[in-house]
Design a protein around this ligand. Structure first.
Ligand SMILES: Nc1nc2c(c(=O)[nH]1)N[C@H]1C(S)=C(S)[C@@H](COP(=O)(O)OP(=O)(O)OC[C@H]3O[C@@H](n4cnc5c(N)ncnc54)[C@H](O)[C@@H]3O)O[C@H]1N2
Ligand code: MOO
Length: 426
């Protein structure tokens, strides 16, 4: 299209954030799952089924203490040690009055025993040089004392991990403890990432011609998607012309479920992403602008390619815009594709350290938090100048402040409580 024919007013309504979130949730379907041997399940995998315990834990009565299995009905005094039950070597001798079995923590408690007395409450009276023969128990034991009953930790059939749980170190142990051999794990989405723009160059180039810029969006987006659980595919930099875009997008869609691009979605004559997606691929553009800052021209499209549904996040080229919009839209979508239940960033309250002037659009300022003595809420400070081109406004960002658009209120004073989305470790 020649520049003389470009739109002079955007044909795209800037939709509110909530609507954009709903569309993405609606259009993203969890991918299929596959049966996987439990020993192959990795940190970050998501379960596609509930995991129930295949047996009781513990399976038998076990000792909570290192000590002696006794009859609670015996009075304090001497006990003959008739055997020992250690973890892995159970002893099931029948106890008569005045007898005990030495037990260690986690070991089987003989069926006839009714309590365990810990070693600290006993005295050694006789031994044969290596083994205890007679001990003395100080005080009386309560019925059931220090005995862990079968199924008291988890019972057979109990829900251990819910479908949609992400495997972390604790969940890995719980999964292995379940006794399952195979478990359904969600497949990871393949996400292709490309940068567009004739001025965009590989970041590692030592020198760039005037008017060119280093591609920082693509490495950032690849890292963010990978960190969010996707298998990423680097599609490189694509020139701003229809033919190159069609070619690159076709390749990307043939090997991925999701395409994330940056650049080429605004009002310039080279901003071809929307028209290429709708006219050359027949994709539905669900939104072409969102009433937000940064990221006004953020575009989301879906369509069929080679018989499969594909999602496209065509993000603005400005570095802060592409990264913030990927956090807000692409990350939750990746989480949903890979079967996670909680897909949206956690929201928290924080106290503003400085007064902020509001923009006409709702704004997602980047911030970091500090704890101050005497303050209940964490204090949030923004990362300086928030212009969308300023890459370093992303540095150290833990939160995206959810600031409203300007109304009768044109600023939020220091000390006010604001809502923020948690995007990194606090
Ligand atoms: N007339 C209008 N102009 C602009 C509007 C508008 O509504 N009317 N919207 C502005 C907003 S808001 C944004 S955000 C940008 C987004 O524009 P594009 O997505 O078309 O992005 P480009 O023009 O291709 O690039 C913008 C900016 O970002 C730099 N860039 C691009 N790719 C990369 C990359 N991979 N790594 C680092 N930096 C990149 C590029 O050089 C430009 O400086 O449009 C406004 N304009
Ligand atoms: O919406 Mo844009 O990202 O402000 O420059």
């Amino acid at each position: 299209m020649s520049v003389i024919h470009r739109h002079r007013v955007s044909p795209w309504t800037a939709i509110p954030m909530d609507e954009a979130y709903s569309i993405i949730e609606e259009e993203t379907d969890a991918l299929d799952s596959e049966k996987t041997p439990v020993w192959r399940v990795k940190i970050g995998d998501v379960l596609a089924e509930d995991v129930n315990s295949a047996y009781n834990v513990p399976e038998v009565r076990t000792s909570i203490k290192d000590g002696y299995a006794v009859l609670a009905s015996d009075s304090p005094g001497k006990r003959k040690v008739i055997g020992f039950s250690t973890a892995g070597s159970p002893c099931n001798s029948t106890l008569n009055p005045g007898e005990c079995v030495r037990v260690s923590t986690g070991a089987f408690v003989p069926d006839s025993a009714t309590a365990v007395v810990m070693v600290e409450l006993t005295k050694l009276l006789e031994h044969d040089g290596s083994e205890e023969l007679v001990i003395e128990v100080n005080g009386t034991a309560k019925d059931g004392q220090d005995i862990r009953l079968p199924g008291s930790d988890t019972s057979k059939g109990e829900l251990l991990l819910e479908k949609g749980s992400t495997i972390r170190s604790a969940e890995l142990g719980i999964l292995l403890a379940s006794g399952l051999q195979l478990v359904n794990v969600c497949k990871k989405p393949k996400v292709a990432v490309m940068s567009t723009g004739n001025e965009v160059c590989e970041a590692i180039r030592p020198r760039l011609p005037i008017g060119h810029i280093r591609d920082t969006n693509r490495p950032q987006l690849l890292a963010l998607c990978e960190q969010s659980g996707a298998d990423v595919i680097d599609m490189g930099i694509v020139e701003d012309d229809e033919e190159s875009l069609v070619q690159a997008i076709s390749t990307a869609l043939s090997i991925s479920s999701v395409l994330i691009s940056s650049g080429g979605v605004s009002m310039g004559e080279k901003d071809l992403l929307k028209s290429v997606l709708s006219e050359k691929f027949g994709f539905k553009i669900h939104f072409g602008r969102v009433f937000m800052k940064p990221g006004l021209p953020t575009t989301f499209a879906t369509g069929e390619f080679l018989g499969q549904k594909k999602l496209v996040f065509a993000l603005p080229g400005n570095p802060a815009s592409s990264w913030v919009c990927a956090q807000l839209f692409a990350v939750p979508s990746i989480r949903k594709l890979r079967g996670e239940h909680r897909i949206w960033h956690t929201r928290m309250s924080a106290k503003l350290s400085d007064t902020v002037k509001l923009d006409s659009r709702p704004e997602f300022r980047r911030g970091f938090i500090e704890r101050k003595e005497g303050e209940i809420l964490p204090i949030v400070t923004t990362t300086g100048n928030q212009i969308s081109s300023r890459l370093v406004s992303l540095r150290g960002a833990q939160l995206l402040l959810e600031l409203p658009g300007k109304s009768e209120m044109s600023e939020i004073p220091a000390g006010s409580i604001v809502q923020a989305l948690v995007i990194d470790r606090l």
